[in-house]
Ligand binder design. Structure first.
Ligand SMILES: *Cc1c(COP(=O)(O)O)cnc(C)c1O
Length: 421
């Protein structure tokens, strides 16, 4: 049996329509921005393997640090124990975070980081003797796959089978319409039972790379502050430079109470996530009463190997070279947008930092859109991995993408757009 046949026998892949999806593509090596298959074909990973990769695949510096740590200490229960990689990572990260972020809680994936922020917000109010249990989010929000994260997110085809089991949350209009978003938020907060406002700052990823300005986010956060409602910044996708700053909230004056991060945290190498919060949150859990403690922990919480990968990735991110590369990607996206903006098939082009999205007029939007499958296959056959979200083609590259590789990605997209005209 070939690898693909065995794969089809055993493996249940995410996001595939069981019957119509083609066989999975065996990848044998990753190097820089390239993924290489078993026949020697290479693909430019223009979506950073689902938004996780920062510095290219199998980066030797990260690999070395991981290997060394493996031989030193692979894992230890994190309840009551600690180690240098965890402490060093938090110390290094805190330099990039809003000044109010003081405490770091580890978990293993973005959905868990969000669950933790949601649970902490509800318990924070409970510990203070208040019953605030509802969440406000943005229309189109995506916060992860677990029940709490799904409940906070917008209802979609992903959550549809579980609708009856989701807790209710309120979704204000997407802040493209500033006034509508503000009014809706104020009305909802006035009800007095909202624990927290959760948002993907500046870019909504899964909704189709929908973007909004820091100024409006600032206004929404200030409204929450005034109403005494906690703010949760879900930076699982936007973190680690995607929006042009290390975190998207670095562009906003108001400071969130929680920040969730994962994906790029380990440079896309190992599952790791963090929920950070303020001392004010932490203090509400402090005391002698076990009922006030946050009784939540995952088996692999604080995994030292993940932590050293994250430290190594952060070191690479901080380098002048990488910061320049991020600026260069943003500048080239801008030029590309100018170059194609008059093409008739385009409904909207938007860009924030290193992420550019091209929304097509063609077909209905949404994940089930038929055009996305065609586009995906077409780009892949030309050696470029792009995974359109419905009718939105986006580029979210590792920062190490070369000039030539980026040019190729643009060329493949532009040719396709012209063909669609
Ligand atoms: C991917 C993502 C998540 C979920 O992270 P997982 O690691 O896939 O569980 C949550 N929020 C946002 C904004 C994301 O993009």
């Amino acid at each position: 049996m070939s690898l693909v046949e065995k794969d089809q026998k055993y493996i249940w892949h995410p996001f595939t329509q069981m019957k119509t999806a083609g066989p999975a593509l065996p990848i044998v090596k990753g190097e820089g921005t390239l993924l290489i298959d078993d026949k020697g074909n290479s693909y430019i990973d223009a979506i950073s393997s689902w938004w996780v990769n920062l510095h290219g695949h199998s980066h030797p510096y990260i690999a070395e640090k991981v290997y060394e740590q493996m031989l030193q200490l692979e894992h230890v229960v994190f309840a009551g124990f600690t180690h240098t990689p965890a402490v060093e990572l938090c110390e290094k990260l805190s330099k990039h975070l809003p000044s109010n972020q003081a405490k770091f809680f580890f978990s293993g994936d973005g959905s868990s980081a969000v669950e933790i922020a949601l649970k902490m917000s509800v318990q924070y109010w409970k510990n203070k003797g208040e019953s605030k249990t509802r969440f406000v989010a943005l229309d189109g929000a995506y916060h992860g796959e677990t029940f709490g994260a799904m409940s906070a997110g917008a209802r979609s085809i992903f959550s549809a089978p579980f609708t009856d089991l989701l807790f209710e949350s309120f979704h204000i209009p997407f802040p493209k319409d500033e006034q509508a978003a503000i009014e809706s938020l104020k009305t909802e907060l006035a009800k007095g039972d909202v624990a927290a406002f959760i948002f993907e700052p500046l870019i909504q990823g899964a909704a189709g790379m929908r973007m909004y300005k820091p100024e409006i986010l600032n206004k929404l956060m200030l409204i929450c502050k005034e109403a005494g409602v906690l703010c949760i910044a879900d930076e699982v996708m936007t973190g680690f430079g995607r929006t042009g700053t290390t975190f998207a909230v670095n562009q906003v004056e108001a400071q969130p109470d929680f920040i969730c991060m994962s994906k790029g945290l380990s440079g896309g190498t190992l599952p790791l996530s963090l929920t950070t919060c303020t001392n004010a949150i932490y203090d509400a859990f402090l005391g002698d009463d076990i009922q006030k403690a946050f009784l939540h922990g995952h088996s692999f919480t604080g995994n030292p190997i993940g932590c050293v990968a994250a430290i190594a990735s952060l070191e690479l991110l901080e380098k002048e070279e990488c910061q320049e590369a991020m600026k260069n990607i943003a500048a080239r996206h801008k030029v590309f947008a100018e170059q194609i903006k008059t093409l008739d098939v385009i409904k909207d082009i938007r860009q924030t930092g290193t992420v550019i999205a091209i929304e097509l007029k063609a077909d209905s939007s949404g994940y089930a859109s038929t055009i996305r499958q065609q586009l995906y296959q077409d780009f892949l056959s030309q050696g470029v991995l792009l995974r359109p979200l419905g009718n939105v083609i986006y580029i979210l590259p590792p920062y190490c993408i070369t000039e030539q590789e980026l040019t190729k990605v643009y060329e493949v997209i532009e040719a396709k757009l012209k063909q669609l005209c």
